[in-house]
Design a protein around this ligand. Sequence first.
Ligand code: AMP
Length: 181
Amino acid sequence: MTNITIFLGPPGAGKGTQAEKLSETFKLPHISTGVMLRDHVENETELGLIAKDILNKGNLVSDDLVTAMLIERIGKPDCDNGAILDGFPRTIAQAESLEIDDLKIKNVILFEVNEEELVKRMLDRGREDDTEESIKVRFEVYKKETAPLVDYYSNKGVLNSVNAFGEIDDIFNEISKFMKL
Ligand code: AMP
């Protein structure tokens, strides 16, 4: 049984930073579908060629493609004891595709934030897909496609919220408490 922890929250909320730290401390792989997709784009794989424009515009890659990529990754032996998912699921359909035997959604951490502050942070970060236009699209997509996952996981009794605007170490400590539950 693979115990899954999901980091849920809008773009720029610090999910990647925290996932990186927690992955080291709890010896669990950090799986970021955004990083995996950017690797595909860089390596000009078949998936990368399909995903490139979608990423640059801030839209979502299709559920089927991302889910296949993720399920294959979770099947690797380093995930036997669990994994931290950062950026997946992003739609209800993706969440449903995780409802399979051998996977247990142990914990969903919701990063709570203030949108204005986030946009500022993202423009500072300066990633290639962080243009003002694509940031706007990504927030719209988040609200429409991903925010419904808050109720979805809350109803399952696995949702824990953290205030994502504190100090990195305070947020880390807060999440660590939930990881030990
Ligand atoms: P991120 O690094 O998590 O912000 O993801 C960067 C981009 O990758 C997103 O804006 C989407 O275009 C794409 N992406 C990442 N994860 C997913 C996912 N679960 N479903 C669809 N698209 C995704």
